[in-house]
Design a protein around this ligand. Structure first.
Ligand SMILES: *Cc1c(COP(=O)(O)O)cnc(C)c1O
Length: 434
């Protein structure tokens, strides 16, 4: 490996493919020397890397433990059972399916398990923070099912009651009017706690099922920093790679009653052979998330987002909803500079070594490709050990970068400071120099 930064525990085995080896080395350097503030990303443990790089990738295992279509699955069955048992224990769920290749697949499988084509689903508006799989015109979900939506309350301008939080009156009104068969809670860009209880009440009042999409807060829920939707929602979907800090993938938790429908919707309904190497890595991550250190981590993620948000407010940005209660900070760039778009801000920050993504803000006047907002997340940097002092430095660096966005020399100076900061918090200290 040409880079001093390790990309995996198995770097040395890539000598026969110098092209891929070089690319992995470059990516390891990027992840180690720039600030990872994408809210949906994290740094897995070396153990998760090892399991997901393992020989389980060789095995076909269509079906479920004890009911596979191919032979040779004795060990794989134990791996998948371990992952399922650890996941149900972690969240106190009755049933778990750990096969979804991604969060999007988990959502699709649940819709398929619970609904008929054409049925109505009530979910969060995309421009208020909903996910593509919550009925985007570009997603197959909107072609198969009929989506209606709720959003957040308007921004009030009053710092004590800033608004831009889920409007439960609207959820109830739309539910009464549209009679959805399924209500979906969950969001991809929303910095507040999502309380599952009011959703449950509204779902019961109209006879709807309730799915909680915990793709983002799964780790905060596992770590006790957010209320759990398990036992409240009929089904909970999650990704394993965001705040939960496992390998890239999805999972579904459900009541025992819905177990069969969920399992057959995942396979054979939606997917073929499961990724058992990823499932082993999920098992590793679920065990990690059940330790007391993970509770400390989840609390620190929330504290760090708060510190980052405060530093950014200090630098002149407006925080959508006036603050944060999770791992995300959603910035309205217009108060900082009315001309600055999310697209330009993302590009300039990238040049300074600060990685984040543009995002629409509620009722954004700009298109989803341009946007007036930025979404930042604290989950990955918290894993490296950064805390409040670093969040304050980063908030100031973001302000400086965007202030001096046409000044290449200043961007270069920020980049050097970012590199120095990151080198003090290596994501993989035990792999370094491998
Ligand atoms: C990230 C996300 C998903 C999908 O996850 P992928 O693994 O990218 O498919 C689903 N729902 C929400 C709310 C998300 O934020």
């Amino acid at each position: 490996m040409s880079s001093q930064f390790a990309a995996s525990p198995f770097d040395a085995w890539l000598v026969d493919d110098p092209e891929v080896s070089r690319l992995l080395g470059r990516e390891a350097e990027r992840q180690s020397t720039t600030l990872q503030l994408i809210a949906s990303e994290n740094f897995t443990s070396p153990a998760v890397l090892a399991a997901s790089g393992s020989i389980l990738t060789n095995k076909y295992a269509e079906g479920y433990p004890g009911r596979r279509y191919y032979g040779g699955n004795q060990v794989v069955d134990e791996v998948e059972n371990l992952a399922r048992d650890r996941l149900t224990a972690l969240f106190g769920a009755e049933h778990a399916n750990v096969q979804p290749h991604a969060g999007a697949n988990a959502n699709l499988a649940v819709y398929q398990a619970l609904l008929d084509p054409g049925d109505t689903i009530l979910a969060m508006r995309l421009d208020h923070g909903g996910h593509l799989t919550h009925g985007s015109p570009a997603s197959i979900t909107s072609k198969v099912w009929r989506f209606v939506s709720y959003g957040v309350s308007p921004a009030s301008g009053d710092p004590d009651k800033p608004g831009e939080i889920i409007d439960f009156d609207q959820v109830a009104d739309v539910a009464r009017r549209e009679r959805p068969k399924l209500i979906v809670a969950g969001s991809t860009a929303y910095s507040r706690i999502i309380d599952p209880l009011p959703f449950r009440e509204i779902a019961d009042s109209v006879g709807a099922l309730f799915m909680f999409d915990a793709a983002h807060p799964a780790g905060l829920i596992a770590g006790g920093a957010h209320p759990s939707p398990v036992g409240v929602a009929d089904v909970v979907t999650l990704t394993t790679h965001k705040t939960l800090r496992g390998p890239r993938g999805g999972a579904i938790l459900s009541t025992a009653e819905l177990a069969k429908a969920v399992d057959s919707a995942v396979f054979p309904g939606l997917q073929g052979g499961p990724l058992e190497h990823v499932i082993a890595a999920k098992a590793v991550a679920f065990a990690e998330a059940s330790r007391s250190e993970f509770r400390t981590y989840a609390a620190q993620v929330v504290a760090n987002a708060g510190a980052l948000g405060a530093a950014l407010a200090e630098a002149g940005f407006r925080l959508v909803s006036g603050g944060t209660e999770n791992h995300q900070v959603l910035l309205d760039l217009r108060t900082f500079d009315a001309e600055l778009t999310g697209k330009v801000a993302q590009e300039v920050l990238d040049r300074a070594g600060i990685t984040c993504n543009r995002n629409t803000i509620p009722d954004d006047q700009r298109s989803p490709f341009i946007t007036s907002g930025l979404r930042l997340g604290s989950a990955a940097l918290t894993t490296t050990g950064m805390g409040r002092p670093e969040m304050e430095v980063i908030g100031a660096l973001i302000g400086r970068t965007l202030q001096h966005r046409d000044d290449e020399a200043e961007l270069g100076r920020v980049r050097a400071e970012v590199r120095e900061l990151c080198l003090g918090f290596p994501p993989y200290p035990t792999l370094a120099g491998a």
